[in-house]
Write a protein of this length. Structure first.
Length: 200
C-alpha cells in the first residue's frame, strides 16, 4: 500500500498538484539542489494553469508548423472556416514554393511544441528527459537541425539549402519522437535496413 501511495504522490508532484509537505520532502530527499530546482519551486503552477499553458503553446506551435501566412488582412476573418483551413493546410504543405518561409514557421512551431511539454511536466523534468543517455544524441541532432534550418532560412536565404534543412529537421523530429517509445528506434532501424538491403 505504501508503494501505491508513493506512486500517487509522485504523480501529483509530476502534474503540479499540491502534496503534503512531509511526503514531498521524503520524495525529494537525496536530490541535489540547483538553479532549476529553485526555479521549479518558485514558479509553481496549478494543474489548470499547466494545461492552459500546454494547450496554448501546442496549438500555437501546430499553427506555426502547418499554416502559411500568405493572407491579406481581409482574409484573416475567413481563416477559421473549414474551407479556408483546408486550403491553408494544403498550401502550407507545398514546401517547394516557399521553403524559406516554411522553414522559419516549421522550426518555430517545433520549438513551441517542444516547449509546451515543459508546461505539463516542468522544465527540470523536460531537460532531464531530453538529456537522458538514451536520447541525448537524438536531442542533439534535433536541436542542431533546428539551428541549421533557421540559419539556412534567415542568414543564407538559399531555397535548396533550406529545403534540405527542413528534411533534416523532420527526420530528426521523427527520430527524437521515437526515442520516447520503447524499442521504436530499433524497430524502425531494422525495417529501414531490410527495405534498403541490396543483398539478394
Amino acid at each position: 500500500m505504501d508503494k501505491v501511495n508513493s506512486a500517487v504522490e509522485k504523480m501529483k508532484m509530476l502534474v503540479g498538484m499540491e502534496v503534503e509537505e512531509e511526503q514531498a520532502t521524503e520524495l525529494e530527499e537525496g536530490n541535489s539542489f540547483s538553479f532549476i530546482d529553485d526555479f521549479n519551486r518558485d514558479c509553481t503552477l496549478s494543474t489548470q494553469q499547466r494545461l492552459y499553458g500546454f494547450a496554448i503553446c501546442f496549438v500555437t506551435g501546430l499553427a506555426f508548423t502547418l499554416l502559411d501566412d500568405d493572407h491579406d488582412e481581409n482574409d484573416a476573418m475567413l481563416l477559421f472556416t473549414k474551407l479556408e483551413l483546408s486550403i491553408e493546410l494544403a498550401s502550407s504543405l507545398l514546401v517547394f514554393f516557399h521553403p524559406i518561409k516554411f522553414g522559419i514557421t516549421f522550426t518555430f512551431g517545433n520549438l513551441l511544441s517542444l516547449g509546451s511539454t515543459a508546461f505539463l511536466i516542468g522544465p527540470k523534468r523536460q531537460l532531464s528527459m531530453m538529456l537522458d543517455p538514451v536520447r541525448i544524441y537524438a536531442t542533439a541532432m534535433y536541436l542542431a537541425s533546428m539551428i541549421i534550418a533557421l540559419f539556412c532560412a534567415l542568414y543564407v536565404h538559399n531555397k535548396i539549402l533550406t529545403l534540405l534543412a527542413i528534411i533534416l529537421e523532420f527526420g530528426a523530429l521523427v527520430w527524437y519522437s521515437l526515442s520516447y517509445i520503447p524499442f521504436a528506434r530499433t524497430m524502425v532501424s531494422k525495417i529501414m535496413m531490410r527495405c534498403f538491403d541490396t543483398e539478394f
